[in-house]
Design a protein around this ligand. Structure first.
Ligand code: 15L
Length: 269
């Protein structure tokens, strides 16, 4: 256990689906949580947690909230593909505010990046964590930008980051693509606990956020050994009911980002 891991954790996006899962999991592990979101927190607050409503665009409020925190779990912002103008505030300016707070506190940032930062890699490939960014929309682009922002803050200010390129984190997979990309809530929760407890990282780590799915042949090497994390769950038991649940759109089926690649796709060749 590091000194930083004994300090409070700031969790942005606490009222979202993953924020609520992580709130429960981290509170059960006895961590002190400072929760924040632009939306009210919908659940009863667990012991050791407080909630403050903050817009990620408000840098001063975020700096104040981060005071004394050793880790910032950044799960806030726009979490689906949206027009550029809607993404830029929460996901770009908000991210800057998160990193400024981390710099001031000397905190580690755990950034909920996404498979959509690399969504235009073909499913026939196996890519390692140092692959090229190939974002599949403005949302994925904001996640690639976030990872680059983290690298800037490491090289210039010594802020450590873990970038989790989350596949499909949900209760259960619900189509054929997710037989590969699914990340179970328990695997996500165990990963986040490791990101908080892990000793010095000496830089930025990239983790492919998928469970141990037999169909996950897309994503190869990453930095999980540095964290001491390995997924335990698998989507394989859902193959019988989901293997035939495909879109019929060749663009969606060809690329890792799936449906996001098909949004407003206009290339003719
Ligand atoms: C994501 O990044 C989204 O937040 C989520 O809603 C899913 O669409 C997921 O990716 C996915 O690719 O399945």
């Amino acid at each position: 256990m590091t000194d930083a891991s004994q300090k409070p954790i700031l969790l942005t996006g606490a009222s979202g689906a993953l924020g609520r899962v992580l709130t429960r999991a981290l509170a059960a592990e006895g961590f002190t949580l400072k929760l924040t979101d632009i939306a009210p927190f919908p659940d009863p607050l667990p012991a050791g947690a407080s909630f403050t409503r903050v817009d990620l665009n408000d840098g001063v409020a975020l700096l104040r909230l981060a005071e004394g925190c050793g880790t910032i779990l950044h799960f806030g912002g726009v979490s689906v593909e949206r027009p550029f103008e809607e993404v830029i505030g929460p996901n770009i300016r908000g991210l800057y505010h998160v990193y400024e707070a981390a710099r001031r506190e000397g905190a580690r940032v755990v950034f909920a990046s996404s498979n959509h930062s690399i969504g235009f890699h073909e499913r026939s490939e196996t890519i390692d964590a140092d692959c090229d960014f190939l974002p599949d929309g403005y949302y994925g682009l904001s996640k690639a930008y976030g990872e680059l922002m983290g690298r800037l803050y490491w090289h210039k200010h010594g802020v450590e980051s873990v970038f989790i390129r989350i596949g499909s984190a949900r209760e259960e997979p619900d189509d054929a693509r997710m037989l590969a990309s699914w990340l179970s809530f328990p695997d996500l929760s165990r990963l986040i606990v490791r990101t908080v407890l892990a000793d010095k990282l000496g830089g930025c780590c990239v983790i492919w956020g998928a469970s141990a799915n037999a169909r996950m042949t897309w994503w190869g090497k990453d930095d999980r050994e540095k964290l001491g994390w390995a997924p335990r769950d698998a989507a394989d038991g859902f193959a019988g009911q989901l293997a035939g649940k495909v879109s019929g759109n060749p663009v969606i089926e060809r690329y890792m980002g799936g449906p996001y690649c098909g949004i407003e796709y206009s290339r003719k060749d």
